[in-house]
Design a protein around this ligand. Structure first.
Ligand SMILES: C[S@@+](CC[C@H](N)C(=O)[O-])C[C@H]1O[C@@H](n2cnc3c(N)ncnc32)[C@H](O)[C@@H]1O
Length: 238
């Protein structure tokens, strides 16, 4: 049985950006990366096309959106003038090596079972020096424990996305991370919106069943910017 969340239904509640904060973190990422006009950008797990529509409006980019859901892609088609939409999976990208200058992956990794394969694919299709922009939801299972900068620690279990997992995998695939930010307020606003609409949070977004009698984990929404070094491309190839 397919247990993946009904993103189409969630999109009817929160709009074309099926994530906390709408375009806010997309906008912030674009500003910090200064992606030049003409860049080739992929949005992996593009859903209903909210980010692609925003990118189409704000910059002169060559855009590709990929998602596994036919119905969400149909929805995305209605809001885009240009760009190419492909039905496929993040774990097996139908693109050549180095096909993109930047890749967005917003609230998708947390929903995947095989994140290693997906991140390996991202490393393959991003050109040397290209950007990887990830925003997603983490579940922290020991609330209150924070690092020096107030950021969450790397602890998570039971299939939830963990900070340690993503940092380790990015390093393995030759990415250097130059920004990690946590946006708790946006996560809370999203959660409140879902609850007021009579819906729960999607599975894996910190609202799982009680574990060992304890309440579920705390939700952390983060933005991560990373860059692939040209040297790392070579070492993956060899
Ligand atoms: C939370 S929604 C985010 C959609 C979009 N990135 C956004 O922020 O509005 C997760 C999306 O990931 C897509 N997805 C889930 N598993 C996938 C996979 N293995 N490959 C490609 N897309 C996937 C879903 O269909 C859905 O559109």
């Amino acid at each position: 049985m397919d247990r993946s969340p009904n993103w189409q239904k969630i999109s009817r509640i929160v709009g074309p950006c099926i994530r906390p904060g709408g375009h806010l973190l997309t906008e912030r990422a674009l500003e910090l990366c200064s992606i030049p006009p003409g860049s080739r950008i992929a949005d992996i797990g593009c859903g209903a096309g909210g980010t692609l529509e925003y990118l189409e409006r704000t910059g002169d980019y060559s855009l590709v959106g990929l998602d596994c859901s036919e119905s969400l892609l149909r929805n995305a088609t209605t809001r885009l003038k240009t760009g190419c939409l492909i039905q496929s999976r993040a774990e097996l990208l139908p693109f050549k090596q180095g096909a993109f200058d930047a890749l967005f992956c917003e609230c998708v990794l947390s929903t995947l079972v095989d994140r290693t394969t997906a991140l390996g694919e991202f490393a393959r299709v991003i050109d040397g020096n290209g950007f990887l922009i990830v925003s997603d939801v983490l579940a922290q299972d020991h609330p209150g424990q924070t690092g020096l900068g107030g950021e969450s620690q790397c602890i998570s279990t039971n299939g939830f996305l963990a900070k340690s997992e993503i940092l380790e995998l990015l390093k393995r695939f030759g990415f250097s991370i130059f920004l990690w930010e946590e946006h708790e307020r946006l996560a809370k606003e999203f959660a409140a919106r879902m609850i007021l609409a009579g819906a729960g949070l999607p599975d894996g977004w910190g609202c799982g069943p009680k574990q060992n009698g304890k309440n579920p984990v705390r939700l952390i929404y983060f933005l991560l910017l990373a860059r692939k070094s040209a040297i790392a491309v070579q070492s993956i190839e060899n």
